[in-house]
Design a protein around this ligand. Structure first.
Ligand code: FES
Length: 264
């Protein structure tokens, strides 16, 4: 007999299940193993870098981590690095963490700075990304005298509810701005404007949290365990990654079959 599906479990739930969770537009994730090459193949890593990490919105840090002007967080993903920083005017910017001279990484760790000086030959940019110091600038007037090309390249930034997101694809879609709502501990998720259908899902998750915690302590009893839940999430994540990479390959006129050896 097959183990119960998520929909079987939801149907047996003693509480009302939010409609979004009952959407049956499911995709068979299969039961086969995930190919190891997804974690080891240089070819697959290159596809991820090209079509996923440099073209999608990602959570970089909390606004509270860069509360004051000059605070910065180094956000590393795949072979890319961004400096996410608070400017003098209070706005948040994300600069590519790479010197325009020889590509030296400007910062390795989070911190606070008045400006970003390259540790190699001393080129220095202010918190707006403007080149403000270039030792021996007479040697490279084409850089020193070009106020646009000498700026640190930026990524897109969107701040939502205290979370800072970045996207290296400057052509990427900008999300709609949203108000920040601070809910007291006893409040219902529905009281946060803009949550929409997600409020019902969050309420369900909150109700299930004690069961998940109990499952973590179940000491081998066969339950709907956190491990099984995670397995489903991982499969779903891999599918999502495939869809992004495949769409990028097709848009570039390349053969998406290169993904096949890395798919379950
Ligand atoms: S590599 Fe940064 S100043 Fe030369």
């Amino acid at each position: 007999m097959n183990p119960p599906s998520v929909q079987d479990l939801l149907a047996a739930d003693s509480h009302a299940v939010p409609a979004p969770l009952l959407d049956d537009s499911w995709l068979d994730q299969g039961l086969g193993g995930i190919p190891r090459s997804r974690y080891t193949s240089a070819e697959f890593a290159a596809l991820e870098n090209e079509f996923l990490w440099t073209r999608t919105w990602q959570f970089a840090c909390l606004e509270a981590e860069i509360a004051d002007p000059g605070d910065y967080v180094v956000y590393d993903v795949a072979d890319q690095s961004l400096l996410v920083t608070r400017g003098p005017d209070g706005s948040v910017k994300a600069f590519h963490n790479s010197c325009l001279h020889r590509g030296t990484k400007l910062r390795d760790d989070d911190g606070r700075a008045k400006s970003f000086r390259c540790p190699f030959h001393g080129w220095r940019w202010d918190l707006e990304g403007t080149l403000v110091e270039l030792p021996a600038n007479w040697d490279v007037p084409q850089v020193w005298e070009d106020p646009v090309a000498s700026c640190l390249p930026e990524a897109l930034v969107a701040v939502w509810a205290g979370f800072v997101f970045v996207n290296m694809d400057l052509e990427g879609p900008m999300p709609e701005p949203a108000e920040t709502t601070v809910l007291p501990p006893e409040a219902d998720w529905h009281e946060a404007p803009g949550m929409g259908g997600l409020a019902a899902v969050f309420e369900q998750d909150m109700a299930n949290l004690p069961k998940v915690q109990a499952g973590l302590k179940s000491q081998g009893k066969r339950t709907v365990s956190f491990a099984r839940y995670q397995e489903g999430r991982f499969r779903h994540m891999h599918r999502l990654m495939d869809r992004h990479i495949e769409a990028g390959l097709v848009a570039d006129g390349r053969d998406p079959a290169v993904l096949d050896p890395h798919c379950a």
